[in-house]
Write a protein that binds this ligand. Structure first.
Ligand code: ZN
Length: 470
């Protein structure tokens, strides 16, 4: 069967466009993964028409198709079975148009995020989505998972930056919805159905993205605080004082700060390591002198009133890069054990209690471990990392998951702020979603993909049973 699939796909996209199962075993399964890809074949179309042909062929034969972008998603959302076909958009990486007047970009789905950032920068514009994996993550993948990242507090999630999409449906139908208008209320907003659907409703092939004016001035500071209350109050103070220019508010609990500012990490502490909380703030505006003045006044007020305990203000672009490098040095969690990575969302008022409870339950129920918490606090998103000994990993992982996810129901939190559900969080979907909500998701899935060939088994199972009882 595999050989038949490979040769049929080669007919459609050419010899070099298809990798067989053997070739796939040489390709990594993704970021922070130790395994390699498995599938009947990996097909790399170069046009929407080819994507359509491939899906029509697979649909007729009931062959499942798993779409892959940059494989930086972290929740096993693009894992494939040996009988399935992987469709990669890696050969569709053309930035087709940048319209500087309308301030939109038309791109193919395989364009890496960073490539678009760099290209629009040349036109004095910005595409404000930004995340650590910008070099490998693709715009199609960002849309399919509704990626969040570092600047959600200012610009929203990927969903908020998409004006139009071209999507190929399960049966090969091309749904072209390449809208360029910011305001368009003519009926259902179909593109939003596919944003965050993790490849289960259609394959995104091209996108119209909203661009912004490039910020002309950036101010940053690394701040130390004595209490979580101070963190929450500082967010309100700085957001109000900066008049809409706050573009990042990243919190780090002390243990994460120590990890990324001590050897073997390359970073060094901009403020002493003795405080319980740290915040990286960034402000982006349009006037260097005025922005700096306003930023410095806001920081002085916070220091003078005792709202913050200490602060280092970036004096150069290099300082800004160094500050961000600390925040982004997540790779340090690979040292000395295996990390279990979480991405949760909860109201700011509930965060301190949640983190303290989690630390307590991990101490009493899990053996040797380390806990790090950091995240985009400005938009309610915390990254929780629990590192355990490699030999304990498989045994304790389900326990750790339960300890992280279960308390979220009581505070109306989410099991996934920005990474998506994939296979990894599927058993816990009921913590964040009601039975009625999951039922509507199933209705949509059945309507758009009646044979269930698109990324099967991800987010929820087709049969009833995973929704919360009401
Ligand atoms: Zn994040």
């Amino acid at each position: 069967m595999s050989a038949e699939i490979v040769s049929a796909l080669r007919e459609m996209v050419g010899e070099g466009g298809v990798l067989d199962a053997d070739e796939l075993r040489k390709r990594s399964a993704g970021a922070y993964r130790f395994d390699t890809l498995k599938a009947a074949a990996l097909v790399r179309p170069t046009t929407t028409q080819q994507v359509s042909e491939i899906l029509r062929w697979c649909h007729a034969r009931g062959i499942s198709v798993v779409t892959q972008g940059g494989l930086t998603g972290l929740v096993h959302g693009a894992d494939a079975e040996p009988s399935e076909v992987i469709l990669s958009l890696e050969r569709m990486r053309v930035i087709e148009e940048i319209d500087t007047k309308q301030r939109v970009a038309l791109v193919q789905a395989g364009v890496p995020l960073q490539a678009l950032q760099e290209e629009v920068d040349k036109h004095d514009l910005a595409f404000p989505l930004d995340l650590g994996s910008r070099g490998s993550a693709t715009l199609g993948g960002n849309a399919a998972t509704n990626a969040g990242g570092n600047r959600v507090i200012r610009y929203g999630m990927t969903r908020d930056m998409i004006l139009g999409l071209e999507v190929v449906l399960a049966d090969g139908t091309v749904l072209s919805s390449l809208n360029r208008l910011i305001k368009n209320n003519s009926g259902y907003d179909l593109k939003q159905l596919f944003v965050g659907s993790e490849g289960t409703l259609g394959i995104i092939t091209r996108l119209v993205l909203r661009l912004r004016e490039k910020p002309l001035a950036t101010n940053m500071a690394f701040v130390a605080l004595d209490s979580f209350d101070a963190v929450a109050n500082f967010l309100k103070h700085i957001d109000r004082s900066l008049g809409g220019t706050l573009s990042a508010f990243e919190v780090m609990w002390q243990s994460y700060y120590k990890l990324v500012t001590s050897p073997p990490a390359k970073g060094r502490p901009p403020v002493p390591q003795t405080y319980p909380y740290y915040v990286l703030i960034e402000s982006q505006g349009g006037d260097e002198a005025l922005d700096s003045q306003r930023f410095n006044v806001a920081m002085e007020t916070a220091l003078d009133s005792g709202l913050i305990a200490d602060a280092a203000i970036a004096q150069s672009e290099q300082d800004c890069r160094d500050f961000w490098a600390l925040r982004d040095d997540v790779g340090q969690v690979m040292q000395g054990g295996l990390p279990i990575v979480f991405d949760v969302s909860l109201p700011i008022a509930a965060m301190e209690g949640y983190a303290a409870t989690l630390a307590g339950t991990l101490d009493s129920e899990i053996g040797e471990h380390r806990l790090w918490i950091f995240g985009h606090l400005g938009d309610g998103n915390l990254h929780v990392i629990v590192q355990v000994k490699p030999m304990d990993y498989l045994k304790v992982r389900p326990k750790v998951e339960a300890l992280v996810y279960r308390p979220l129901a009581a505070c109306h939190g989410s099991i996934s702020a920005e990474h998506g559900v994939g296979l990894e969080k599927k058993p816990y979907l009921y913590v964040s979603r009601s039975a009625a909500e999951v039922a509507v998701m199933r209705t949509l899935k059945a309507a758009l993909d009646p044979k269930g060939i698109l990324n099967p088994g991800k987010i929820f199972d087709p049969a009833p049973g995973c929704g919360r009882d009401q």
